[in-house]
Design a protein around this ligand. Structure first.
Ligand SMILES: Nc1ncnc2c1ncn2[C@@H]1O[C@H](COP(=O)(O)OP(=O)(O)OP(=O)(O)O)[C@@H](O)[C@H]1O
Ligand SMILES: CC(=O)C(=O)O
Ligand SMILES: [K+]
Ligand SMILES: [Mg+2]
Length: 592
């Protein structure tokens, strides 16, 4: 007979709620239905247990068959009996971005990309057609960096992305990245770059100038700079791209000798080192969110960005503060806050920072200017793993394809670096200069996409399941149930080799719990809110759909099946597992 495990869990919406897992078992018996679910020889035999057919128990049976065109469960049997079919005349529709739809149709479920891609938008990518080309190529999130450009410029980019989404059916989310108040150079008086030659003396000053700047002059944003540095200190631009030695201090001016020549870029980061150690003087006391950042944050809230990435986070407090600020001000209060891990302080308080935030970014550019470069890869791995444990999306950022700023193909080493980030199963990869001001933004994105697809496929083919043991993160009993359901559903999905996981989730939490398990199949996440749908764009393996649905899972499933079938995105016989945060159940079924 079929093996069923029934859990009785209190529930408000249905009477009496039953949580049932019928374990599929291979057996032959009259009345059971045989369903070939895969091309392999495996056969799923399905039968409703007595309790499942009990009319008083309206919860669904979980393993079911579509042999006769219906889904077998107490509820769907009613559909079958009364010839109630899925509400195909339902006027509501299902929204999914055009890229996901095309990918699904062309390559099928299994081959869709799981790793998400972020592009920093700058002069090389801000045109409507350029943005469209990136969206077509798979950009999930567009990042605007408030270190550069005016608010008007950023508003224009946001408007274009929105228009692209509305007119062309994309679902590109927007991430705003704050400037933060670490020490950096000014904007070079409008020049795009300046060359510092070996042996030249440059003046680093905290004085303000009207452009043009005097020759070999660099303005510094931090007033305490001239007091904090000492003669003999090393001054590193962008973590060592150009190096100077402090030779003289004259009031607000600091004379520096160029010891490693190179190109100075506007607003480049500055660090100073004494006896081989990073100097953290009063600049360590600078606020993480400056007054300019607060204005930018107000701008981001007003524009309704999806994510705010906070630069140079030092502690969890600033994240908590920003989250409550957003909650009080944002219309739907759901801008996700991403903690950028790019300083020594953020590494010291890593766990509490990630715990407080809605996601994290391994911002390797500035991180590599604060810790020895050889330490960056292990910190990356640690952050990626910790985010996975704590169920926070994680972005690996900076210099992934740095050479593609100038060249149409990447170096082998860059491809290896991207592969490693994909292999670590980070949620997202980010382009910076490559897409903001490089010569080949689309080509760089294509490289990220192709490497992601290949590594993900190889992983699946090798059946390299995670060794990572996911610890429980739930803070309430009901969260524990959700977590157990998602862990079990993901495991079942792998073992049964199902085509897709379906998750019905109002706030996205169940979807993220499934994503955390990194299952072999893609996860279709159905949510009622457009903002949640965009936010889920950042998470590994999730394909976010917007759909209106009810508390009745059976009708939701039928509605989804008919809408997706009509769009050619699924077909009869596809095997899926469905979970939802309304009715805590796991259902395994073939698409009727
Ligand atoms: N909006 C913009 N306008 C002009 N140039 C930009 C813009 N955004 C980015 N860039 C250019 O692209 C480069 C890389 O972008 P990126 O966002 O990584 O900035 P960054 O200066 O390295 O700072 P961060 O540490 O915040 O990432 C920048 O140094 C800048 O030259
Ligand atoms: C992305 C970023 O801020 C960095 O790498 O420093
Ligand atoms: K920034
Ligand atoms: Mg940075």
């Amino acid at each position: 007979m079929s093996q069923a495990i029934n859990f009785f869990v209190s529930s408000s919406s249905r009477s009496p709620a039953t949580f049932t897992i019928s374990r599929p078992s291979v057996f032959v018996s009259t009345g059971s239905l045989r369903v070939p679910v895969k091309k392999s020889l495996r056969t799923l035999v399905v039968k409703a247990s007595a309790s499942d057919l009990d009319e008083s128990q309206s919860s669904p049976v979980l393993v079911s068959d579509n042999g006769s065109g219906g889904v077998l469960s107490s509820v769907t049997q009613e559909y079958g009996r009364n010839n109630v079919v899925a509400p195909s005349s339902d006027s509501s529709s299902i929204e999914v971005d055009t890229v996901t739809e095309a990918e699904l149709k062309e390559n099928g479920f299994r081959s869709t990309r799981r790793t998400k891609l972020i592009c920093t938008i700058g002069p090389a990518s801000c045109g409507f057609e350029q943005l469209e080309a990136l969206a077509v190529e798979g950009m999930n999130v567009a990042r605007i960096n408030m270190c550069h450009g005016t608010r008007e410029w950023h508003r224009m980019v946001i408007e274009r992305v929105r228009r692209l989404n509305e007119e062309k059916g994309f679902a590109v989310a927007i991430m705003m990245d704050t400037e933060g108040s670490e020490i950096h150079m000014g904007d070079l008086g409008g020049a795009s770059s300046a060359k510092a030659e070996d042996g030249e003396i440059w003046n680093f000053t905290v004085r303000a100038f009207d452009p043009p700047l005097p020759e070999r002059t660099i303005t510094v944003n931090y007033d305490g700079f001239a007091e904090d540095v000492k003669v003999g200190d090393d001054l590193l631009v962008d973590g060592g791209m150009v190096r100077f030695e402090v030779i003289e201090k004259i009031g607000p001016d600091v004379k520096c000798l160029c010891t490693d020549p190179g190109l100075l870029l506007p607003r480049a980061n500055l660090t100073f080192w004494r006896d081989g150690k990073l100097v953290r003087e009063r600049n360590a006391m600078l606020p993480t969110i400056s007054s300019k950042d607060w204005l930018d944050i107000d701008f981001g809230i007003a524009e309704g960005v999806d994510f705010i990435a906070v630069s140079f986070v030092k502690s969890a407090e600033v994240i908590k503060h920003l989250k409550s600020y957003i909650k009080a001000r944002a219309r739907d209060g759901d801008i996700a806050v991403i903690a950028k891990i790019e300083s020594i302080d953020s590494l010291r308080n890593l766990e509490e920072i990630i715990q407080a935030s809605d996601g994290a970014m391994v911002a390797r550019g500035d991180l590599g200017a604060q810790i020895p470069l050889e330490q960056v890869p292990s910190e990356q791995q640690k952050i990626v793993q910790l985010c996975r444990q704590l169920n926070r999306p994680v972005i690996v950022a900076s210099q992934l394809l740095e050479s593609m700023i100038e060249y149409p193909i990447p170096t082998r080493a860059e491809v290896a670096d991207v592969s490693e980030a994909v292999r670590q199963r980070g949620d997202a990869l980010m382009l910076s200069g490559e897409s903001a001001m490089g010569q080949f933004p689309e080509k760089a994105l294509t490289v990220l996409r192709n490497v992601s697809l290949r590594i993900e496929r190889r992983w699946r083919e090798q059946k390299r399941r995670e060794v990572i043991e996911l610890s429980s993160i739930a803070s309430s009993f009901s969260d524990s149930i959700s977590e157990e359901i998602c862990n079990s559903a993901a495991k079942m999905a792998n073992n049964l080799e199902v085509d897709a996981l379906f998750v019905y989730t109002k706030n996205g939490h169940m979807a993220s719990l499934l994503s955390r398990c990194r299952p072999d199949c893609p996860i279709f996440a159905f949510t009622t809110a457009t903002s949640v749908r965009r936010r889920l764009n950042l998470q590994w393996g999730l394909m976010p759909f917007r759909l209106n649905y009810s508390d009745d899972m059976e009708s939701n499933l039928n509605k989804t099946f008919s809408l997706l079938k009509a769009r050619g995105m699924i077909k009869s016989g596809d095997l899926i597992i469905a979970v939802s945060d309304m009715l805590q159940s796991i259902q395994v079924m073939n698409v009727p």
